[in-house]
Ligand binder design. Sequence first.
Ligand SMILES: Cc1cc2nc3c(=O)[nH]c(=O)nc-3n(C[C@H](O)[C@H](O)[C@H](O)COP(=O)(O)OP(=O)(O)OC[C@H]3O[C@@H](n4cnc5c(N)ncnc54)[C@H](O)[C@@H]3O)c2cc1C
Length: 393
Amino acid sequence: MTQRFDVAISGGGPAGSAAAWQAAQAGARVIVLDKADFPRDKPCGDGLTARAVSYLQRMGLATEVSKFHRIDRVTVFSPSRWELSFPKRPGMPSHGHTVSRSELDMLLLKHAEAAGVTVRQSAEVAGPEVDARGRVAGVVLKSGEKILADAVIAADGAYSPIKRAMKIDSHYNGYSAIAIRSEMHAERPDTDSLDIYCKLLFEGDQLPGYGWVFPMGGGRFNIGLGYVNSYRKWQSINATQFLGEFLRTLPAEWELPGIDELKKNKSVRAWRLPMGFTAWPPWRPGVLFAGDALGAGKPASGAGISKALESGLVAGESAVAALTNGGPDDFTNYQQRLEASWGREYRRGRIFHRLIGHPKVAETGLKLLDNAAFRDRLLKGLYKKAQGPQHSY
Ligand SMILES: Cc1cc2nc3c(=O)[nH]c(=O)nc-3n(C[C@H](O)[C@H](O)[C@H](O)COP(=O)(O)OP(=O)(O)OC[C@H]3O[C@@H](n4cnc5c(N)ncnc54)[C@H](O)[C@@H]3O)c2cc1C
């Protein structure tokens, strides 16, 4: 039997659930298809920025989110130690949280379901269903079953099967980071700080990336590192081995396990993090891309959950608006919304991504960041900008 919906969403991570919830709010009949059985893990640092928290609050999840482990500051080791607080922005919290992705993604998927969305787990999408005019008109599952829809939202992650089947290319293609993480117990108090370690050396080169130690509560810590692929030798790095070396640089009194022990309990996982709009323009007739499938990650910094939520919410709203007012051939409204919100920032981010890949530039940048006077001037400017007008999402 072939089912028909207004909007079919491939992928039930933060982007897919946010898109589904938003489209259902606007009255659309929506289905989410995910190949996994939830709760499922997703390799992540599990850090929610203040912006990510604000989207969850807007989705009506403020009470649930307030129960997650709270974060009030960021401690940077560059290598000297200094602290950052989250800027105060109108209508936004000035704190973040950490939460395991199995918990967060389950919460979001259930929230979409409660809003009337049909959720199908263990439903692997093989690719798009394309009509005679070349427009995406639904999805085909691996089982051969077809789900037809007026609009499809591809929110199926960094290795998006829809994007791959359509051979989507963009002139921003190729911007990405490789990140790896593990979760473990540490003999240290729980804190309210996201710790960032900027000094990462590979064969003497300063890497364009950072290591992190994020408290999860209850003595558990998410520890990982990531680096962007503009570094010429990024493919020579054995990420697992490199994480092992990073763990050995952390205080011995934390009594962290070694990488071999972590590998045995399978908590060490690496994943790609596309960034800077790897699927631009973010739509083709019948289909919109959101989250990692769009390459929505913030270039170089790697914050991806807030961008997945934001692009998902905008995709859900834009899809329904276009279907109501014209049809599925043109989702320019989505492109305009993303361009207005992120266009300038991402153009600069892509330049930064390219520059920081040169070890000398990365080294000089780090030296400047380590200089208190320079850093104070830089941060003053950034805080001022953060307090400026906010976008609608
Ligand atoms: C190691 C690491 C650490 C990170 N740390 C952070 C952090 O601390 N904070 C932060 O903000 N961001 C972080 N990110 C980025 C963040 O994890 C991603 O940007 C975010 O998960 C993107 O959400 P998404 O919904 O687009 O994709 P995903 O979360 O990947 O969800 C995609 C969904 O699609 C499903 N899917 C895939 N293929 C199919 C298919 N064929 N059929 C059906 N369903 C399918 C998957 O099962 C999955 O549920 C990190 C990334 C990595 C790799």
